[in-house]
Design a protein around this ligand. Sequence first.
Ligand code: AHR
Length: 515
Amino acid sequence: MRAIRSAILALGLVSLPLAQAGAVETASVTIRADQPGPQVNRQIFGQFAEHLGHGIYGGIWVGPKSPIPNVHGYRKDVVDALKDLSVPFVRWPGGCFGDTYHWRNGIGPQAKRSVMVNTNWGGVTEDNSFGTHEYFGFLDQIGAEAYVSGNVGSAAPSELAEWVEYMTSPTGSSLAKERAANGHPAPWKVSYIGIGNELWGCGGNMRAEYAADVTKRYSSFIRPGNGKAIKIASGGLEDDYAWTETMMREAGKGIDGYSLHYYVFPGGWAHKGSATDFTESEWAQTLSKTLHIDELIAKQSAVMDKYDPAKRIWLSVDEWGTWYDVAPGTNPGFLYQQNSLRDALVAATTINIFVKHADRVKMAAIAQMVNVLQAMILTDGNRMVKTPTYYVFKLYKPFQDATQLPVEVKSSWYGKDDWGMPAISAAAARDKAGVIHIALANLDPNQPATVSAKLTGASAASVTGQILTAPAMNVINSFDKPDQVAPRTFDGARVGADGLTVDLPPKSVVVLDLK
Ligand code: AHR
């Protein structure tokens, strides 16, 4: 017998009196189907693809002459895998790279394109063979919308204005004719435009006041020729609420979105730790830091509410994920890391928090799509593997554009060394066909949990589900063993007279469908 502490997640981790429990931990979840919330925008499942390491080159784009199977230069295996996820949008070309990017270098005949040095990421040469046309060709293949991150830090407003005109102007202007001459007569739709990236840092080291003025200035000249684009301002560093205050007060009227970036560095920036060789203490630290985004979103939203009580402006968490030491033997500037079951738990917990804040978090992008940081996909030459994080996104597909159902969780406590947290993370939503989907994650790597779930205002006759777990915390999908962490049919949930009972194994993610 051991003491456990309970917490009510939905009410801000309020501790309840100590309780006794056996080896199996318990939790109760109430799903308020009678109080449906906002839509869970499919855009919270967005992805970020930067010119960084093998994120684009080798990972997505191999060129039409490559021996790696490709369709017009895009890797077929990667495109097929991404199509399966219904990726809503791809943020490109940065990141930090975006504020050094000059779009004119990436159009026209490939052999004539300028070669630049990627001063942010490894100092490698960038031949601009993946430019605007290649980006939109990629979006076409995977069926995603465009989120273009504009260069604000090192280019004039006219450069961004002209790029927008080149991409979106129907016909008539010289830029539209140039686009047509380069092979694409029809304008593209640019759904989202970032007004610079991390303007407090690599985007120009600006003060909040200056960044707000710059944002207003650039925003004024972003005029798509074929409809509205959501204009997204650069947020400050994580908990820099003063930056948010300044940006919302000064530039709020000219923007439609406000960005937040949050990375989980288990040991801090200087000693991030290994992606695969970690202790239970590092597991707990990683997940505890993951949960911190709940507070960041709540506090950022509170500041935004002051200036935008109607919640017109989207909070866009357009960079999030784990950031570990690079894989041994790889270029430190390429940010290549492995992805284990721990990352799957990070992804599920983060998405559950986005669903909780669906009233304000209207879009998000995991960093990054392929071969960089918490990647969905890893490649090695002609080989490809879907990571545990990929499978979390696959499991959560039914949440795309579903209606959020508020959840209250009373959970036992999991802790190791200095790091403690509620063991269970949950989210729920009802899709357009009326099916209720419940996502549960057991963050405790040692103890199973029995979760009693109650539905208010709805009933269910049957439950099916899928589970993502593995025998150890650090199991990965390698190129030789690609299915170590992959969804399996879950038979640990039962519907009874009292509601739903779920036997959650340790360190697992489960998504249930209730009919
Ligand atoms: O995703 C890697 C980098 O992290 C991005 O380029 C930058 O925006 C952030 O600091």
